[in-house]
Design a protein around this ligand. Structure first.
Ligand code: FMN
Length: 202
């Protein structure tokens, strides 16, 4: 069976720096033989978490919209690439809104104990964070990492790698960055090879 790679773009800017970098990663994964899908959060219809805590009583989210359908897809993927530009030192509202909607999975894990990922499962499921930022600060991505860690932990992925490029203001776009696009393509190829090896019959 082909390795499945799901890319989720949290940028509201279609075909901007972040989605373009994600595309390069996905192209690399496809070139390595994976089945690749991209979802653009901006095109989906989902509401932010209401904080009603109904999921703490049932393990289900009462809001039936595209977020729930996407979490089902996330749980089936072998590799998950979460992409967001840095907005005000963090992730975009689109991505944060989606991540918060995973609270029902938290309830299944920690209240109902019906959702559990073995160490072996986590090792075979790789998560990558794809991001771009305008500033050249080294720490510009730091605010995003804990939220990305949270969604990978909540959905059974090992936080495997980052594909990040800062200083977009000076480069005037990701395509002018000297290394990022090539690096993203190569990381796509590599992660598929790594998962393939982990899943190979012994
Ligand atoms: C609302 C908004 C907030 C931003 N905040 C930051 C920031 O805090 N730090 C930074 O380095 N860049 C910031 N940027 C710049 C973007 O991170 C950068 O231009 C990025 O490459 C945009 O990616 P995109 O083309 O996918 O939208 C911000 C841009 C916008 C529109």
């Amino acid at each position: 069976m082909k390795i499945s790679v799901l890319g989720i773009s949290g940028s509201p800017h279609r075909h901007g720096n972040t989605e373009t970098l994600l595309d390069s990663f996905l192209d690399g994964a496809k070139a390595a033989g994976a089945l690749v899908e991209k979802v653009v959060l901006k095109d989906l219809d989902y509401a932010p978490c209401r904080g009603c805590n109904a999921c703490h009583k049932t393990g289900e989210c009462v809001v039936k919209d595209d977020a729930i359908v996407l979490f089902d897809r996330v749980l089936k993927a072998d590799c998950l690439a979460i992409a967001s530009p840095i907005y005000t030192m963090g992730i975009t509202a689109e991505l944060k809104g989606f991540i918060d909607r995973g609270q029902y999975l938290w309830a299944r894990k920690f209240i109902f104990k019906t959702l559990y990922f073995t160490d072996n499962h986590i090792k075979r499921h790789k998560g990558l964070f794809v991001s771009t930022a305008g500033q050249n600060w080294d720490h510009v991505f730091d605010g995003a990492f804990p939220m990305v860690t949270a969604i990978f932990n909540g959905t059974g992925f090992e936080y495997y790698d980052n594909i990040i490029a800062n200083n977009m203001d000076e480069y005037k776009g990701i395509r002018n960055h000297p290394t990022a696009m090539k690096e993203a393509f190569e990381k796509g190829q590599k992660v598929v090879a790594v998962i393939g090896k982990l899943n190979a019959p012994k």
